[in-house]
Design a protein around this ligand. Structure first.
Ligand code: EPU
Length: 417
């Protein structure tokens, strides 16, 4: 079993370069199947979720070449083969293959997608979008058979601005006949990144980045070259670490507007941050003040940074409140933080953090990706040695985590035990 061993309380100095965004890459890779020919993606993060998608592409007879951050995907010999549950259950993004296979072949058979166990995560909005675009759906024991005689544009009013449903609706609508309008669409930067790539392929999408996306379907798409945007959650995680133990730590290759909800709060708390056009510098000398946050859809405070942010709040002076509004089960890191010495109480969707408290290293478990990030932050500020188990979750989302942190002075290693 692989574990992460961290000796905490080291000051970090130097520069951390942010990788391509996981949640863009996991949508862009399936989306390449909509086009004929070759697409080249750059800034593809080297994380295990991408390995699973690569295996899935190969399963579908798609040729994939990967070389230091780039991915060449040739869809010429694409086949509509049923994706086995062993692959689809590994990550949520596997259901983007449902959309692209439906769009290309008008038929797909696939299981309910996997993903971190952070809530019930239904897919009703995706299924609603498929139906509105003309598909019929048979569901049996989490196995879906989705087919259509013809896919036709429609108005798709989403009940909530779901990232996945917005992406799935776009992926089908680009090749459907006529006009589609997605209302109450999600506005996350990863959706704009996908729309930009699809437009380069020849799609006609407008309004992305707003709550109303309009798509005029086209009959075919061609491969293109596309650079994936930097990962705002990775950038946010390292910024949080910098606010705690950074010594003028540089967080490089970022889009500052994508993490504004975090940097605004950190500035209010008294953190010392200099924001530049594509990097920031953060220093940890000042005592942070307690604050209150509530997770929201973009451009609000991201749920994916809530767990690492709770760890930061254990070092802030006073009482902080954190309300999680997106997922029912995103406080699984808290029992471990409390074991390490934090003083956090959870009632329903609200965590109350009393700080500052000193954390001490011990053995903790990464129950999901961002819980892992929360415990990683905790291990870096704790006295002594922390062992984080179940790190496969963490490795799904953070590229070269050990190398990046070691380069700036952290004492961290992956060990086989
Ligand atoms: N929801 C429904 N019905 C649906 C779709 C969503 O009730 O049909 C609910 C969900 O249960 C959840 C909320 O709406 O409570 C938000 O779900 P959304 O569909 O927006 O999330 P997602 O597409 O499943 C993506 C990211 C998540 C990130 C969320 C929110 C990917 C692969 N995943 O999930 O990332 O938390 O958007 O920003 O893009 C992570 O990276 O750790 C992660 C979980």
């Amino acid at each position: 079993m692989k574990v992460l061993k961290v000796i905490g309380n080291q000051k970090l100095t130097g520069s951390i370069r942010i990788s391509g965004a996981k949640n863009s890459a996991v949508a862009l890779i399936p989306a390449t199947l909509l086009a004929s020919g070759t697409t080249t993606l750059c800034n593809v993060p080297n994380i295990s979720d991408i390995d699973v998608l690569t295996q899935t592409l190969k399963y579908l007879n798609v040729s994939v070449k990967r070389a230091s951050g780039s991915m060449l995907i040739d869809t010429t010999n694409l086949k509509n083969v049923d994706i086995p549950i062993e692959l689809s259950s590994r990550l949520r993004a596997s259901y983007y293959f449902m959309s692209v296979l439906l769009a290309r072949f008008k038929y797909v058979k696939m299981h309910f997608p996997g993903g971190c166990q952070i809530g019930s995560r239904p897919i009703d909005q995706t299924l609603k979008a498929f139906r509105l675009l003309g598909a019929t759906i048979e569901e049996n024991d989490d196995l879906f058979i989705i087919q259509a005689k013809k896919l036709k544009g429609n108005i798709i009013p989403l009940d909530m601005p779901s990232v996945g449903a917005t992406i799935n609706a776009m992926l089908v609508a680009v090749l459907a006949e006529g006009k589609t309008v997605i209302k109450n669409a999600a506005r996350e930067p990863e959706i704009a990144d996908l729309a930009c790539m699809l437009n380069k392929m020849g799609a006609n999408i407008e309004g992305y980045g707003t709550s109303e996306i309009t798509i005029i379907g086209v009959s075919s798409l061609q491969g293109c070259n596309h650079d994936i945007i930097p990962d705002r959650i990775e950038a946010g995680t390292y910024t949080i670490i910098g606010a705690l133990i950074g010594n003028y730590l540089k967080i490089d290759n970022i889009i500052p507007s994508h993490i504004k909800s975090l940097t605004d709060v950190l500035e209010e708390m008294g953190a010392d941050i200099e924001i530049h056009s594509d990097y920031l510098i953060i220093d940890s000398q000042k005592q942070l003040k307690a604050t209150n946050i509530k997770t929201l859809h973009y451009p609000g405070f991201p749920t994916d940074l809530q767990q690492p942010f709770v760890t930061l709040l254990t070092s802030a002076k006073g009482v902080s409140h954190v309300e999680e509004t997106i997922y029912e089960n995103r406080f699984m890191n808290i029992p471990y933080l409390n074991k390490m010495g934090a003083n956090i109480q959870v009632k329903d969707t609200i965590a109350t953090i009393l700080g500052p408290t000193k954390l001490k290293g011990l053995e903790v478990k990464a129950t999901d990706l961002r819980a892992g990030a929360s415990l990683l932050v905790a291990s870096l500020i704790a006295e002594g040695e922390t062992i984080i188990t179940d790190i496969n979750h963490l490795l799904r989302g953070y590229e070269e985590i050990v190398e990046k942190l070691t380069n700036v002075g952290a004492k961290i290693e992956i060990k086989e035990i």
